[in-house]
Structure formats: C-alpha cells, structure tokens
Design a protein around this ligand. Sequence first.
Ligand code: ATP
Ligand code: MG
Length: 375
Amino acid sequence: MNIPFKTPPFGYFPRPAFTEVVRAHLSLPENIALFAPRRRGKTTWVLLELQEAAAAWRMGFIYINLWKRRTDPIGVLVEGLEDAAGIKVAPDRELYGEIAAGIFTAGGKIKYPPVTSAETTRLSNAMTVIAKARPKTLLVIDEFQAISEADPGQGATSALRTSLEHHGDQILAMLTGSERTALTALFKRQQAALLGQARMLELPDLGKEFIANRVEGFRLSTHRVLDNDALAAAYERLGQSPMLLNDALGMMTVHRDLPLEEAVQTTIDTKGTEDFRVALAGIAALDRALLRRIAAGEAVYSDLDGLLARGAEKTPTRALVQKALGRLQKGALIEQKESGQGWVLADPMLKEALRRGSPHHHTGIDGDRDGVGCE
Ligand SMILES: Nc1ncnc2c1ncn2[C@@H]1O[C@H](COP(=O)(O)OP(=O)(O)OP(=O)(O)O)[C@@H](O)[C@H]1O
Ligand SMILES: [Mg+2]
C-alpha cells in the first residue's frame, strides 16, 4: 500500500475488516453514515484505505471535507462536487488545525452565507455530471454535521438528497462526522428518505491488536519492552486516540527513560488539550462553570447558586444558563445525551483540559483564565 504519510516510527494500523463491512453495505446498495469521537482515525481510514479500496472495487472516489472552509461548508460542497470527477485526494495535513478553529467558535459567531438557488442548481448539475462520468462513484462527505447549521432552510440538503436518490445506482454516499447528536438531530428533523435510510456504522475500536502492534513497534525501535495492559490503560486515558498514543510513544523514543505515565500526562497536557485550553480561555465564566458541572456529571439547572463554586461570576438565571448551553452546543463542546435528557462533554480530553483549572483559583475573569488556560 502506498501510504503518502507516516506516523513514525510505528506506522498506520489498518482496518481491513471494517473496510469489508463497508463494502458489503455499499454493494446492497446502501448509503452509509459513519461517526466516531474526534481523533479516532475516521479521516485517515477514508483517505488511506477506503480510497484505495474504492479503486479496487472499480468505483470512482470523491472526498469532500466540509470544514475545508469553516465558514462556508455549502460552498465547499458545491465546489468539491464541481471539481470532482476522477480526482484523487491526498490527506490534508491541515485538518487538525481546522478542528481547533471549530472549537474556537464556542461563542457561536460563525455567520454562514445563505444558500442560494444558484448553488443548489450547481450542486444538482455537478451530481448529474458525476453520475454520467462513471458507472459507480463513492462520494465521501467528511464533517457532514457542518451541513445542518449552515443550511437551516435545507435547500442544499434536499438538493443533495434528491440527487442521491436520482443517481442512486451510480453514486453512493458516505457521510462522516464527529458529533453524534448533530447527526442524529439532523436525521430526525428531516426524516429524509435518503438520510433516514443511510446505514449508521461506528468505526470499530482498534483494539488489542493495535496495542500489541504498538508494543512491538516500540520494542523494535527502542529495545524497551512495555507492558500490554499498561499501554492499553494509557490508550484509554488518551481517549482511544491513536494519534495521541503515537505522540506519547514518540516522546518516549526521544526521551529514552521517560516513564509511560509521564509521557501520557505530557501528551494530555499539551497535544490532547491545547485546542480546548485555547477555547476555554475565550469563553465566559458561566460557560466554563457549566462545563465543569457537566464534566462532574451534575444536573445543569438545579442549584443555580452552586455554579458559583464552579467558577461562575454571579448566580445566573435559568434563561442565561439555557443560552450558555446553546453556545456550548453550537461550539461543539457539549452534546445532548442520547436520551435527550441532559448533557455530556463532546470530547473526553475536554475534561482533562478543565481539570487543569481549579474553580477555587477563581479571582474574576483574568484569574479564572489563568486557572484554566495557562501552563
Ligand atoms: N489506524 C491508525 N493507526 C495509526 N495511527 C492512526 C490511525 N488512525 C489515525 N491515526 C493517527 O491519528 C491521527 C488523527 O486521525 P484522523 O484525523 O483520521 O481522525 P478523525 O477521526 O478523522 O478525527 P476528527 O474527528 O478530529 O476529524 C492521524 O493523523 C494519525 O496520525
Ligand atoms: Mg476527521
């Protein structure tokens, strides 16, 4: 396999079984919705394995990341489709930076341009051209949840849906995203024939084999033998992110005596939480207090006075709490629980970022900012 980039010195750990599952669904044919928490390897799998598999299955392959421009996902979609027929895409090394930009919008400041009928026409036309160009094409739309906010009137969404229905024999869609509730809400609200029928798949955990593979890779490059269980525990602490585990191990190949626990902690404190620390430094004291409360598993509305202890500047009203929750959800920091009752943090690393700032250090806005955001 020709891998255009490496995760030195341990390499990419492939998911051939999952690729086969996807193949089976596509051959039914079924569109697919794939989501997993952040940094689990969705995009890398799509670009390293699915792209190659699609070629072997004699399918055209189109990859569009809606976060290519955070402020204009619909424009990205339309341009991506227009660009598309037959293009091979290399993994975008800037993707990670885009995520940080996304989290930074916790204030909910993105102003999306309205979707015009010219755009929906361009979208439909591009889909028709793609359908005619090849007998089968796999269209992957990454960060698909971005569409729901940018397209409140659902003009682009229904144009896409209609096109996919119309060209269902030629074009199969794979919609991937990171925010389960954003996707679920979208599916429910639209009750769209197409999106409702998309098969929801989860990216399987890389599992024990991956851990064993990292132990072996690490032994080969350092002659140091790590305990399987200890590495598995580290992987859990790092939110099952292969990227963060690679980072921690990479650190240990440079600093040869570094204990695993320290490498994990340093990775959490730097890579794992840096986006969040930037985001947390930029939001209101009430929003941070609510995040701490959600992280602790407490109910958000009961005991509004209790938010003071979590760092709020004054006791808020229910309306203010509601507004703050809206901001946090929009900024992809929290998600509604699957039951629809209550909230959870969108990313386990956010809890680590919050832990670094104790609410007891709170001395007004600046003091609180120091507590949360700085080394
Ligand atoms: N199977 C794997 N084996 C080894 N390393 C991996 C694997 N998958 C991902 N990685 C590492 O993790 C990094 C992040 O993966 P990727 O960007 O694909 O995750 P993602 O799920 O798309 O994240 P996001 O939701 O933030 O877009 C990759 O750049 C790579 O270094
Ligand atoms: Mg991704």
